[in-house]
Design a protein around this ligand. Structure first.
Ligand code: GLY
Length: 408
């Protein structure tokens, strides 16, 4: 039975944009609304966004990537070159802890990377999963596409393939990502042996006391002090960040899609996956049809966020299929997000910690980003609006994503 929901006024709605409430069509039961968590269900219609190609869109961490992708296409470069050159900037950036070099590691402290590429004009794809020791897994995915008759290589096989094609084996852990991992290990349990011994007898002498205080420092505190190099504010930021990612393992990723003026489309998705994952865990990013899909006759889509949810609904392929049936990129992304919500019976308490974002563009130059939730919230309650990156010939910018649920 569909409940007639009484929905409050949308307080934060930008009046220049039009969103339509879809309470009847969405079919939520009153019981499925969490207590005070969410106040309305939005099936947003921002008014379809459209731009003249070359254009590129990406997850919010891809501002530099979309700018680069458009630059490459303006020079006459292929759309796949464009998106790979774009995401390489993020893969190589040690400050982005969700992708490539500096990505947060698995539970053993090993960085395992996933990536996929899809080239619209030749209708081909390549991917790697649980790949170690390569800063730019998107480039290895491309070689899988171009130099093999396979689509996906994983683990040691992917590593050996990368070595055979000249990719050197490098340490992907930065001091910051190692700090975060050690912090997570130390705070995981008080029933394991990570952290200083609580059983050391207290020495009588002042020198002995000072020495014990030093010994009682956690490894992560020592690492943070080394990284901060005496900068107290940086030290506080580092510890706060390490505590945050230890408490809430993030799933960062970059997806980047591009359309050129000939109407060709390509895409790439690349990630270090879920922080502290089990070794060998593979998310949606390297799975064609899940984290990425391109149909050169229709459009392209990709995803970021909790990969397991996207795999369940074959997210990117689903979004492209919806566009093929006539939906705008934004409608298609929101419809796919509804499939995720439906898997939980639209129970917003169960959905509250799930983070999924879709990005889509079509052959006409229409594009969108849409998120399950309007905002992210960290463990200190700080909210950040969900956005996506866009670039055309006039430049690159971040745009607020459409969303299914508003987080208050
Ligand atoms: N979406 C990235 C992952 O779940 O691995």
């Amino acid at each position: 039975m569909r409940a007639a929901l009484v929905l409050p006024v949308i307080a934060e709605m930008d009046s220049s944009r039009r969103r339509f409430l879809e309470q009847a069509a969405f079919g939520l039961s009153a019981a499925s609304l969490g207590s005070g968590l969410v106040t309305e269900i939005l099936a947003g219609q921002e008014g379809t966004r459209r731009a003249a190609p070359p254009i590129s869109i990406a997850s919010a961490n891809g501002l530099a990537a979309v700018a680069k992708a458009v630059e490459v296409m303006k020079r006459g470069g292929d759309t796949l070159d464009a998106v790979i050159e774009g995401v390489n900037i993020v893969e190589l950036d040690p400050k982005d802890n969700s992708v490539g070099y500096g990505g947060l590691p698995n539970e053993r402290g090993e960085v395992e990377l996933d990536a996929s590429v899809m080239h619209g004009p030749t209708r081909r794809a390549g991917a790697v999963a649980a790949l170690r020791g390569v800063r730019t897994p998107s480039k290895v995915a491309r070689v899988v596409m171009e130099r093999t008759d396979h689509i996906l290589l994983v683990g040691q096989g992917a590593r050996d393939f990368a070595t055979a094609h000249g990719f050197e084996n490098v340490d992907l852990l930065t001091p910051e990502s190692r700090l975060a991992w050690i912090r997570w290990k130390e705070t995981l349990s008080d029933r394991d042996d990570w952290g200083p011994s609580p059983h050391t007898p207290a020495p009588a002498s002042p020198a002995g006391q000072r020495r014990l205080e030093e010994e009682r420092k956690r490894e992560s505190d020592i690492l943070a002090e080394q990284i901060a190099g005496g900068d107290e504010e940086r030290l506080r930021e580092l510890i706060a960040w390490a505590d945050e990612v230890a408490r809430r393992p993030p799933t960062g990723t970059i997806n980047c899609l591009a359309l050129d003026s000939a109407g060709d489309i390509s895409g790439v998705t690349t990630t270090s996956g879920l922080a502290w994952k089990l070794p060998g865990r593979v998310g949606d990013s390297p799975l064609i049809g899940c984290g990425l899909y391109v149909d050169n006759d229709v459009g392209a889509a990709g995803s970021t966020g909790r990969g397991e949810e996207v795999i369940y609904i074959n997210g990117a392929r689903t979004v492209v299929e919806y566009m093929k049936r006539g939906m705008s990129p934004e409608q298609a992304c929101l419809e796919a997000l509804k499939l995720i919500a439906a898997r939980y019976g639209n129970d917003l308490e169960k959905l509250r910690d799930i983070d999924v974002n879709f990005y889509a563009l079509n052959k006409r130059g229409e594009y969108a980003g849409a998120a399950l939730w309007s905002h992210t919230v960290n463990s200190r309650g700080q909210k950040r609006r969900r956005q996506f990156a866009f670039a055309d010939s006039s430049g690159a910018r971040l745009i607020d994503s459409a969303y299914l649920f508003e987080r208050r």
